[in-house]
Design a binder for this molecule. Structure first.
Ligand SMILES: Cc1cc2nc3c(=O)[nH]c(=O)nc-3n(C[C@H](O)[C@H](O)[C@H](O)COP(=O)(O)O)c2cc1C
Length: 231
């Protein structure tokens, strides 16, 4: 099949997106962040409702949020009082989802030399979520509570656009549900109105290609595994 230039560029932006978990301190220009959000907002949404809202954190605001979450994360008594507001994952895990979840988790931990017994090591690695894996930009996404399930579809399209638009600029991302557990802390520190629900966070910056966690390659089912062509 002949590939056009457009196909190549679009496919490359999609296929080179991956979750990066170590970033360089190199800053991202404000106009680049704005341009990424601007083009991402071209995402479709039911009746053009555009449910997305973004808090863009850099410098002090990012450091302040990270510290507030890490303070809680490091203290089991405090940590106990924080839980997710919505179920991102199924309540009951079944195959093949549990197998895929385990594989990516253990592949990452194996790269980092973390064994099952090394609970403090895994705890510390998970904590890296809250410094946005050292990315210079932390994004916190929210949505009005009044929005229903359809808006979550719209939101996913917007988030994917953010990540693909970042690739077009040589930037990388990591979408992060890890923040949802700390919606109360985040709401307080950022002054988020109570009628907004935390959707997720995202790290944005330039990948540190020397870090082993960024060598993780994740698998996908082939098309024949998830699509039925009905003639
Ligand atoms: C909404 C969403 C939330 C995620 N939350 C986290 C997270 O909190 N921490 C993390 O390290 N990765 C997180 N991931 C990344 C997934 O683990 C990753 O997308 C998956 O393993 C496939 O790998 P890839 O993104 O490199 O293709 C999240 C992904 C999505 C889409």
């Amino acid at each position: 099949m002949i590939q056009t230039e457009e196909q190549r560029i679009v496919d490359a932006a999609i296929a080179t997106r991956r979750s990066v978990r170590a970033f360089l301190p190199t800053p991202v220009a404000r106009e680049d962040i704005e341009a990424i959000l601007d083009v991402a907002a071209r995402a479709p949404s039911g009746t053009n409702t555009q449910p997305w809202k973004a808090y863009v954190l850099t410098g002090q605001s990012k450091a302040k949020l990270s510290q507030a979450i890490l303070d809680v994360y490091a203290d089991p008594a405090k940590l106990n009082q924080h839980s997710e507001e919505y179920n991102y994952y199924p309540r009951q895990w079944v195959s093949p989802y549990i197998d895929r979840r385990r594989k990516v988790g253990w592949d990452l931990y194996a790269l980092l030399g973390l064994t099952r017994e090394n609970k403090p090591g895994m705890h510390a690695q998970h904590a890296r979520n809250y410094t946005f894996f050292d990315a210079p930009v932390g994004l916190i996404f929210t949505m009005d509570r009044i929005m229903e399930q359809g808006a979550w579809l719209d939101y996913g399209m917007f988030l994917q656009n953010v990540m693909v638009a970042a690739r077009g600029r040589g930037l990388d991302t990591c979408p992060q549900a890890a923040f949802t557990q700390f919606h109360k802390v985040i709401g307080e520190v950022l002054g988020i109105p109570t009628d907004e629900r935390l959707v997720c966070g995202m790290s944005l910056g330039f990948a540190d290609t020397n870090k082993v966690e960024n060598t993780l390659t994740t698998e996908r089912e082939p098309v024949s595994g998830f699509a039925k062509f009905l003639d």
